[in-house]
Design a protein around this ligand. Structure first.
Ligand code: UDP
Ligand code: MG
Length: 136
């Protein structure tokens, strides 16, 4: 049975800054993801606040929005069977210290805030996040 899904992945400023785009893309491709669309962008603080609206009540919200807008990011639509969960698995836990061996955050993450990648956490959020970056 097929369960083809699309999810939004972001390579965050800490990883773009360290020239890790190609290495991280290779991990996705070798794990069976198809990169449907991709682009490098820089978001404004206001756009970051919109993107992370679900976290607006969290103590880390302001720093998170400052951080996402601090430099270029690389956004991708990833497609595969069960893409949403599969992406969360290959990303690893939010805190790189807790992430399993072989996950992107374990390999590249610097800290809980500079954790190198974002991935949609549900079908509903995947749709919203893809729409946010790829409106056309
Ligand atoms: N974050 C943070 N401090 C925290 C928790 C989260 O700076 O205590 C940041 C981190 O960059 C994380 C993002 O906020 O990736 C969104 O948090 P979420 O809980 O949604 O984690 P994720 O879905 O990215 O694993
Ligand atoms: Mg999240």
């Amino acid at each position: 049975m097929s369960n083809l899904e699309k999810t939004l992945s972001i390579i965050k400023p800490d990883a773009v800054e360290r020239n890790l785009i190609e290495e991280i893309k290779k991990i996705f491709v070798s794990n069976g993801f198809n990169i449907v669309k991709e682009k490098k962008v820089q978001v404004s603080k206001t756009e970051a606040q919109q993107f992370y609206q679900v976290h607006q009540a969290k103590p880390f919200y302001n720093e998170l929005c400052n951080y996402l807008s601090s430099g270029p990011i690389y956004v991708m639509i990833l497609e595969k069977n069960g893409a949403i969960l599969a992406n969360r698995e290959i990303m690893g836990a939010t805190n790189p210290i807790e992430a399993k061996d072989g996950t992107i955050r374990k390999i590249y993450g610097i800290s809980i805030d500079k954790n190198s990648v974002h991935g949609s956490d549900s079908l509903d959020n995947a749709k919203k996040e893809i729409e946010f970056f790829f409106k056309d």
